[in-house]
Design a binder for this molecule. Sequence first.
Ligand SMILES: [Zn+2]
Length: 556
Amino acid sequence: MENSNGSRRIILYARVSSEEQAKKGYSLSGQLRVLREHAEEANHEILEEVVDDGYEGDSLWRPGIDSIRRRVSEGGVDLVLATERDRIARKRGYAFVLEEEFREHGCALRALEDKEEESAEELLMRAIKDDFAEYEHAKIAQRTFSKKLEKARGGEIIAGRSPNYGFRYNERRNGYLVDEEKMSLVRRTFEMIGREGKTSYSVVRWLEGVDPFGPTGKGWNLPYVRKMIFNDLYRSLSFEEVKDRVPPEVAARLDPHKSYGIWWYNRRRFEPKRTPPKTPGDFKRKYKPIEKPRDEWIGIPVPDPGISAELADAARTRMKRNKAPSKNGRRYWELSGGVVRCAECGYVMGTTSSGTPTNDYFYYRCRSKYNVKSGCTNGRGVRADALEREVWEIVSSALRHPDRLRTGLEKTVEYRRESLTTMPDGQLARWAAEVQKAKAKRARYQDQEAEGLMTREELRTKLTELDETVDLAEAEIRILRGREKAIRELQRSGEELLERYARLVPEELDDLSPAERRHVHQLLQIEVWVPHEGEISIRLPFVTDRGGFRSEKLAS
Ligand SMILES: [Zn+2]
């Protein structure tokens, strides 16, 4: 297909990952210049130049690629051109998906390194290149890991973003030194929990008071304190105990009269949770940490934290006891798992009980007041049995109108799909730009501090602000990317709802076990909102035949 002048209409595409941005020879302008020269020589008509600045090649969900796909689908594009195959995608499968998709609209996808004709050899060559890009990437990762492993075996710490609280890095950033001021707070933490039996909540609040910055400049939270208690860094061992836990040549260098803590390396691996992509573009990856066998762990001795093993163990025992399921465990909570929410702070409500062993009262209640950051003031507890009864009444009556449910579901899916196709690329690009901006600023601030134009303290404040911006932007990006999946989930649960439950007669519905009811609530994606005072409301998605959700007030 050609335009009236006989030249091909093309889109130029360039990409750099955030890593590459820092390196030479990968610049966007460089890629574009080469592409333009080629286009001019071949007398192509350039329709558009599209770039993805700071995006990895292992996902197709990039603002630039997204807008190209849209443009190509509208027709009138003959060719999409990039400098190299791996600019388009690092994985062969992804590039093929795009190629197939574009071909349907009469458009080709090429890299300058490709040849024009599509012989079988050429296709094979291209596939090999795509595979190689993937292989190379994996290999670099492997090499980096091997280097780290070697360092750890030699007794070096692998520095992360910030040191564990109570320690600081030595000059070479390959070993820990005790930060006496902070370590004294860690010791106090162990005493409060291990000896004085203070709750972890109160310890977190105390820590917020004495060091508002906390471990990473963002304050304190429960999970961090919990991890601290169980971390062997904070459990002093004698030389005799340490020497069997670290590599022999490292042990040989230790002082037999001293005590040490242990920093573990190679404890976990991260396994990608992979589900086959159902639609092109769905390449989100999740990782779940899996603990490696104990004999693969590498122990690295660190200076004595000054917390006896006995105190550390006492604190751990306490912590475990706190975590053990309370007597709430005896009851089945139909509305648990994200259904009941605090209308004041938005958090999912927890469960509590009160009363005697023979006469219990069970409540849903907002627990986030114990979370220092939220500071929610909603102290209302809602009787569980009454709330569950009322909610079930509304839900089961909705199930008695399967036709309405089906239409409502279809309308909702349609609506969400529409908003998905009109929304993401602009917003994604905007948030991605925010992340880039913040990263650039970070470097500038550090330069200013190095030149003495800014104090350490000022730098710290600035960096904290930047981190927050980045966190927010990254969260937004995650949310946007999660929508597609949410729609599929909605469709799936809608079908299950209609097939399994909407056919039951009223008596059968009322015979469902609490566990099954809970399942229905989740399929329906209902939300129950509990304000500080006044009416509780329930949000029912797609139970109207117009789509969207219906909102109802509960009496309790
Ligand atoms: Zn709350």
